[in-house]
Ligand binder design. Structure first.
Ligand code: EPU
Length: 484
């Protein structure tokens, strides 16, 4: 058994015990025939306004960031999601005290008892790997399981590791575990100039967090410019970190000795907002969204306008979709400010019923076109060639049973179901619950006809009115995420 230096064997064994403790929380531990499904009766018009939740990808990074601070922090506008619950479980396993009241999360990371993140949780959610940066810079040692590949691609962590090594960490990867430690100089990372081969969101976040408590200045070049990176930087700055340039491709961090308490509100989720903009366009409905930061949605808004939908800014934080006849267009996913890969599947559902031929090129992840087969089951005409999908617009989609293959694919299938004739049944909802805060509740409120049922509750669920949240819904949701 390899146990990294600075970690006691008793602690190592205890962490292994935590791993097995958490294994029952995996949504797939639920028998397949008991997993909930979403029934959608398509072609209902939507109207009204929808409230956009806090950004999942900001929340997850910022929750890792609380490990940097030995004072208490309050996070506001935290979305209610399975991924957030998992991150809470990881923080708890490391010794962080948490208190959640709705969208407010109070965090006390004054006593981090462990430097090793539990395998079963990290393996379920890639974002949990981001704890490596804060743990290492605060404790001088961190062990985090390799997150492994996932449905959308291999997703290595080489850029995170190389950056930490440039800052003086010794890193070894053994038995699926990344062990990192800092020797000498009071176990403190050293500032460094780091050029990222690719503007990885996660690597930028890991290294920016690590640099906040390092000795000296760190420059991250070719950094990711996503709004969630900027949000994390703003959170760190609110705790006293010295960071400039976040949101551009060069970030400068001057390490400080310690960070202090803060009360921070997470930005609205641009991908959830984009999904609702597409919901308006695909159902030919006028709906409003708030709060949003329109500039974060610039590439999405530009494409919707090209496709024939108008997006009106009614107030600085409010957008309205005014639908129109849908026309084909081409899309290439790119790092921000390019078109987001996290909106690719939803736009494919929309372009499936637009007039003409579109080409969608996925350049960020190598395996993110698996929803094509499911959309084709609904009557779409899409062919995949390499990382391109050639979409021939069809006049209508037809409801069908479909299987979600990843988080954004599940949203695309729900959108397709809203536009389709007849009934669509979406399976694989554990993907949806990872990243959408009450999507079906929000859609119901707008007038969509849909409901969630588990097979054994299906008979009684049939008696509740379509489109109304019912008691079955909360039963299913709590089964999926015991800590919510
Ligand atoms: N990559 C490497 N080496 C690394 C890191 C990344 O080769 O060390 C590659 C990846 O394999 C991928 C590309 O770089 O091909 C982009 O990955 P990136 O690191 O930017 O993505 P991430 O940090 O793993 C975050 C979001 C994703 C979002 C991407 C791109 C979180 C928790 N996740 O992932 O969100 O798609 O950035 O914007 O922030 C989602 O919400 O559905 C989702 C997948």
């Amino acid at each position: 058994m390899y146990v990294p230096k600075n970690i006691k064997i008793s602690q190592y064994l205890e962490d292994k015990a935590i791993n097995s403790l958490h294994s029952s929380n995996h949504p797939l531990s639920q028998p397949e025939d008991e997993q909930p499904i979403l029934q959608i009766w398509g072609r209902a018009s939507l109207e009204g306004e929808v409230r956009i939740s806090g950004a999942k990808n900001s929340a997850l990074a910022i929750m890792a960031g609380v490990l940097l601070c030995s004072d208490e922090c309050r996070l506001q506008n935290v979305p209610i999601l399975v991924d957030v619950t998992r991150m809470e479980q990881i923080l708890e396993a490391l010794g962080v005290k948490l208190n959640r009241q709705g969208n407010i999360l109070d965090v006390d990371a004054s006593n981090i008892g462990k430097s090793q993140a539990p395998y079963d949780l990290v393996s379920q959610m890639r974002a949990s790997f981001f704890v490596i940066g804060p743990l290492l810079t605060r404790l001088g040692v961190a062990s985090v399981p390799l997150p492994g590949g996932c449905a959308i691609g291999a997703r290595p962590v080489d850029l995170h590791v190389r950056g930490l090594q440039a800052m003086g960490a010794d890193v070894c990867i053994e038995h699926g575990m990344v062990h990192a430690c800092v020797r000498g100089r009071r176990s403190r990372l050293q500032g460094a100039k780091i050029y990222l081969d690719y503007p990885s969101v996660g690597a930028t976040e890991t290294l920016m967090m690590a640099a906040t408590l390092a000795e000296g200045e760190t420059i991250i070049e070719n950094a990711a410019q996503e709004p969630e990176v900027e949000d994390l930087a703003n959170f760190c700055r609110a705790m006293g970190a010295q960071i400039s340039g976040a949101g551009t491709n060069t970030i400068l961090i001057s390490g400080v000795d310690r960070l202090h308490e803060t009360d921070y509100s997470i930005i609205p989720d641009r991908i959830e907002a984009g999904t609702f903009l597409v919901a308006g366009a695909i159902t030919d409905s006028e709906i409003s969204l708030y709060p949003v930061i329109p500039e974060h949605l610039a590439p999405v808004i530009a494409k919707l306008q090209e496709i024939g939908t108008q997006i009106v800014t009614d107030a600085p934080n409010r957008l309205r979709v005014v639908p129109g006849a849908l026309r084909a267009t081409d899309i290439e996913t790119l790092p921000y400010p390019g078109f987001p890969t996290d909106m690719q599947a939803q736009f494919m559902a929309l372009l499936a019923i637009a007039e003409g031929n579109s080409v969608i090129s996925e350049t960020v992840f190598e395996n993110r076109l698996r929803h094509v087969a499911e959309l084709n089951r609904m009557g779409a005409d899409i062919r995949v060639k390499g990382n391109h999908a050639i979409v021939k617009g069809v006049p209508r989609l037809l409801g069908a049973p479909v299987m979600a293959t990843d988080l954004r694919a599940s949203a695309a299938l729900v959108l397709a179901g809203l536009a389709a004739e007849g009934k669509t049944i979406v399976q694989g909802l554990h993907h949806l619950d990872r990243g959408y805060d009450n999507l079906e509740g929000k859609l119901s409120q707008l007038g969509a006809k849909l409901r969630r049922v588990t097979p054994q509750t299906q008979t009684s669920a049939k008696s509740s009115p379509i489109g109304q949240p019912n008691s079955q819904l909360s039963v299913c949701t709590s089964q999926l995420s015991p800590h919510q």
